[in-house]
Design a protein around this ligand. Structure first.
Ligand SMILES: [Zn+2]
Length: 123
Protein backbone atom coordinates (compact mmCIF):
# COMPACT_ATOMS: atom_id res chain seq x y z
CA UNK A 1 0.00 0.00 0.00
CA UNK A 2 1.39 3.42 -0.89
CA UNK A 3 0.89 6.79 0.81
CA UNK A 4 -1.87 7.84 -1.57
CA UNK A 5 -3.94 4.71 -0.99
CA UNK A 6 -3.30 4.81 2.74
CA UNK A 7 -4.35 8.45 3.11
CA UNK A 8 -7.52 7.76 1.15
CA UNK A 9 -8.70 5.31 3.83
CA UNK A 10 -7.27 7.01 6.93
CA UNK A 11 -10.66 8.24 8.10
CA UNK A 12 -12.13 4.75 7.76
CA UNK A 13 -9.11 3.47 9.65
CA UNK A 14 -9.72 6.01 12.44
CA UNK A 15 -13.35 4.90 12.67
CA UNK A 16 -12.39 1.23 12.64
CA UNK A 17 -14.46 0.56 9.54
CA UNK A 18 -11.79 -1.16 7.43
CA UNK A 19 -11.80 -4.88 6.75
CA UNK A 20 -9.16 -6.73 8.75
CA UNK A 21 -7.08 -7.25 5.60
CA UNK A 22 -7.04 -3.56 4.74
CA UNK A 23 -6.58 -2.63 8.38
CA UNK A 24 -3.45 -4.80 8.35
CA UNK A 25 -2.22 -3.17 5.14
CA UNK A 26 -2.74 0.32 6.63
CA UNK A 27 -1.02 -0.71 9.87
CA UNK A 28 1.92 -2.08 7.89
CA UNK A 29 2.24 1.15 5.95
CA UNK A 30 1.93 3.34 9.05
CA UNK A 31 4.65 1.33 10.77
CA UNK A 32 7.07 2.24 8.00
CA UNK A 33 5.88 5.74 7.02
CA UNK A 34 6.33 8.69 9.39
CA UNK A 35 4.43 11.04 7.08
CA UNK A 36 1.20 9.05 7.17
CA UNK A 37 1.69 8.33 10.89
CA UNK A 38 1.77 12.08 11.54
CA UNK A 39 -1.56 12.41 9.74
CA UNK A 40 -3.20 9.79 11.95
CA UNK A 41 -1.99 11.72 15.01
CA UNK A 42 -3.80 14.81 13.73
CA UNK A 43 -7.04 12.97 12.94
CA UNK A 44 -9.52 12.70 15.80
CA UNK A 45 -9.72 9.15 17.10
CA UNK A 46 -13.51 9.25 17.13
CA UNK A 47 -16.10 11.60 15.75
CA UNK A 48 -17.55 14.09 18.22
CA UNK A 49 -21.04 13.23 19.44
CA UNK A 50 -23.78 15.42 17.94
CA UNK A 51 -24.96 18.35 20.05
CA UNK A 52 -28.02 17.79 22.24
CA UNK A 53 -30.37 19.75 19.96
CA UNK A 54 -29.10 18.06 16.78
CA UNK A 55 -32.15 15.80 16.40
CA UNK A 56 -34.58 18.67 16.93
CA UNK A 57 -32.77 20.85 14.37
CA UNK A 58 -32.60 17.97 11.88
CA UNK A 59 -36.33 17.27 12.29
CA UNK A 60 -37.14 20.97 11.80
CA UNK A 61 -34.96 21.13 8.69
CA UNK A 62 -36.63 18.02 7.23
CA UNK A 63 -40.08 19.45 7.96
CA UNK A 64 -39.19 22.70 6.20
CA UNK A 65 -37.85 20.71 3.24
CA UNK A 66 -41.15 18.82 2.91
CA UNK A 67 -43.20 22.02 2.96
CA UNK A 68 -41.33 23.57 0.05
CA UNK A 69 -40.40 20.91 -2.46
CA UNK A 70 -37.84 22.32 -4.85
CA UNK A 71 -37.15 19.12 -6.78
CA UNK A 72 -39.21 18.88 -9.92
CA UNK A 73 -39.77 15.75 -11.94
CA UNK A 74 -37.70 15.78 -15.10
CA UNK A 75 -39.34 14.34 -18.20
CA UNK A 76 -38.03 10.87 -18.98
CA UNK A 77 -35.31 10.78 -21.61
CA UNK A 78 -36.26 9.13 -24.84
CA UNK A 79 -33.24 6.98 -25.58
CA UNK A 80 -34.75 5.21 -28.56
CA UNK A 81 -33.42 6.58 -31.82
CA UNK A 82 -36.00 7.33 -34.46
CA UNK A 83 -33.99 5.72 -37.23
CA UNK A 84 -33.20 2.11 -36.32
CA UNK A 85 -30.92 1.54 -39.33
CA UNK A 86 -28.25 3.59 -37.54
CA UNK A 87 -28.49 1.22 -34.57
CA UNK A 88 -28.14 -1.83 -36.83
CA UNK A 89 -25.04 -0.29 -38.43
CA UNK A 90 -23.56 0.48 -35.02
CA UNK A 91 -24.23 -3.06 -33.80
CA UNK A 92 -22.57 -4.48 -36.91
CA UNK A 93 -19.54 -2.21 -36.44
CA UNK A 94 -19.32 -3.23 -32.78
CA UNK A 95 -19.49 -6.93 -33.73
CA UNK A 96 -16.59 -6.49 -36.16
CA UNK A 97 -14.64 -4.53 -33.56
CA UNK A 98 -15.28 -7.19 -30.89
CA UNK A 99 -14.17 -9.96 -33.26
CA UNK A 100 -11.04 -8.00 -34.12
CA UNK A 101 -10.05 -7.47 -30.52
CA UNK A 102 -11.24 -10.88 -29.46
CA UNK A 103 -11.99 -9.31 -26.08
CA UNK A 104 -8.50 -10.36 -25.01
CA UNK A 105 -6.90 -7.03 -25.75
CA UNK A 106 -8.89 -5.35 -23.04
CA UNK A 107 -7.19 -4.85 -19.67
CA UNK A 108 -8.53 -6.99 -16.87
CA UNK A 109 -8.46 -6.55 -13.12
CA UNK A 110 -8.56 -10.29 -12.61
CA UNK A 111 -5.85 -11.71 -10.42
CA UNK A 112 -5.12 -8.44 -8.65
CA UNK A 113 -4.90 -8.47 -4.89
CA UNK A 114 -6.48 -5.63 -2.94
CA UNK A 115 -3.06 -4.16 -2.29
CA UNK A 116 -2.08 -4.27 -5.95
CA UNK A 117 -5.38 -2.71 -6.93
CA UNK A 118 -4.97 -0.02 -4.27
CA UNK A 119 -1.46 0.66 -5.55
CA UNK A 120 -2.97 1.33 -8.96
CA UNK A 121 -1.07 -1.46 -10.66
CA UNK A 122 -2.42 -2.33 -14.07
CA UNK A 123 -1.67 -5.75 -15.48
ZN1 LIG B 1 2.84 6.93 3.71
Amino acid sequence: MNCHATRAVLDLHAEGRLTSRREQAVANHLASCAGCRALTALAPAAALPPSSDFKARLAAAMKAEKKSPTVREEPALNLWPRDLSGVALAALALAFLAAGIGWSGLPSQKGLSDEEFAAGRIP
